[in-house]
Design a protein around this ligand. Structure first.
Ligand code: SP5
Ligand code: ZN
Length: 340
């Protein structure tokens, strides 16, 4: 299996994020995650690690707002120019609420306008890393159009919380959405998001579209991040109505009940009959994930892979979350091994 991966992710290495109550904790979405996965893939023998192709900004601009991308590009130098007392990361201190705010000019104002929470820390190399990450997803998409059955985009930073004009949840550019939108020029696309958290950015980006079916299986937003998206009654809008589905799960969901939900999601994909599938593959569904509350085992993850692979669709698998670094390698190889 082709695995698209760039070392550039190492330039995005924020020293901390802020948890509930403002606790500074070491950044969970860290470069070591990739090392664990690369190590495990190296031991398998079927993974061919490939540098991504540079696709330029056009396919990214087709999904993301230009002003938002400009903000990501210039944020760090503007931050340093503002002589902050502590320049270790850029994070906003205010957040734009529901009332259609006007876009402010100040850097901190734009931060609160474009960033959803206190995990999407921007450092010097964030934009460059996010571009390399989305190029991995686009390269994987290109490879399946060229005839690969399935390819893995080993994306870091992840993407599924990033909307057309906002960052959040460790995500800046929505890798899976950019790949899905790029593939949609070739035929109908389904996006299946199995990360533990609702793929709110992907949901948002395709909410009004019927040419990309989006499905997310995740912890119920009634108790879990991202809180404001991911309820079962969010079904799409306009011509997109009926083309988005959320499957909220309760705490403690085990393999059997996860797989029952997956089967329902897969029935919807079969009914839609897409030409391509993009899987947002977060491994934070794992029982011992530090951010998770559900109880899917490594064997469960293998079975999830097997069932998704049985759809027989040309598939891009894009890396999303998963924060038990020690288990990340074996969980990803269990999942991907069913597609190889
Ligand atoms: C891509 C991805 O998986 N992003 C997830 C971002 C989730 N951030 C939520 C942080 C919530 C902090 N709560 C800590 C409770 C730890 N027990
Ligand atoms: Zn997640």
């Amino acid at each position: 299996m082709k695995v698209f991966y760039s070392e550039t992710h190492r330039k995005h290495d924020p020293p901390f994020e802020l948890f509930d109550g403002g606790l500074r904790v070491p950044y969970l979405e860290n470069p070591d995650r990739m090392d664990r996965i690369l190590n495990a893939l190296g031991n398998e023998g079927w993974a061919e690690i490939i540098e991504p192709t540079e696709f330029g900004l056009d396919p990214i601009r087709a999904v993301h707002d230009k002003d938002y991308l400009d903000f990501l590009a210039s944020c760090w130098t503007e931050w340093l120019d503002s002589n902050p007392k502590d320049s270790s990361v850029f994070l906003p201190a205010t957040f734009a609420l529901r009332h259609q705010p006007q876009r402010p000019n100040s850097l901190l104002g734009r931060g609160g306008y474009y960033i959803m929470d206190l995990s999407a820390c921007i450092v010097e190399g964030t934009y460059e890393a996010a571009l390399a990450s989305v190029n991995c997803a686009l390269s994987a998409a290109q490879s399946i159009v060229d005839g690969q059955r399935s390819s893995f985009a080993l994306c870091r930073p992840p993407g599924h919380h990033a909307g057309a004009d906002y960052a959040g949840g460790y995500c800046f550019i929505n890798n899976a959405a950019v790949a899905a939108n790029w593939l949609s020029a070739q035929g109908k696309v389904a996006v299946l998001d199995i990360d533990y958290h609702c793929g709110n950015g992907t949901q948002d980006i395709f909410y009004n579209r019927d040419d990309v079916l989006t499905i997310s299986i995740h912890a119920d937003p009634d108790f879990e991040y991202p809180s404001y998206f991911g309820h079962a009654n969010e079904r799409g809008e306009g011509r997109g109505f009926g083309f988005h589905h959320n499957f909220p799960l309760s705490k403690g969901t085990d393999d059997d009940s996860y797989l029952e939900t997956l089967d329902r999601a897969m029935e919807l994909i079969r009914g839609y009959a897409p030409g391509y599938l993009v899987v947002s593959a977060g491994m934070d569904i794992y029982a011992d994930d530090p951010l998770g509350t559900i109880k899917v085992t490594t064997d469960g993850i293998r079975e999830i892979g097997k069932r998704i692979a049985s759809l027989g669709l040309p598939t891009v698998i894009a890396m999303e979350g998963g924060y038990n670094n020690e288990a990340l390698g074996r969980n990803i190889t269990a999942f991907l091994g069913e597609f190889k």
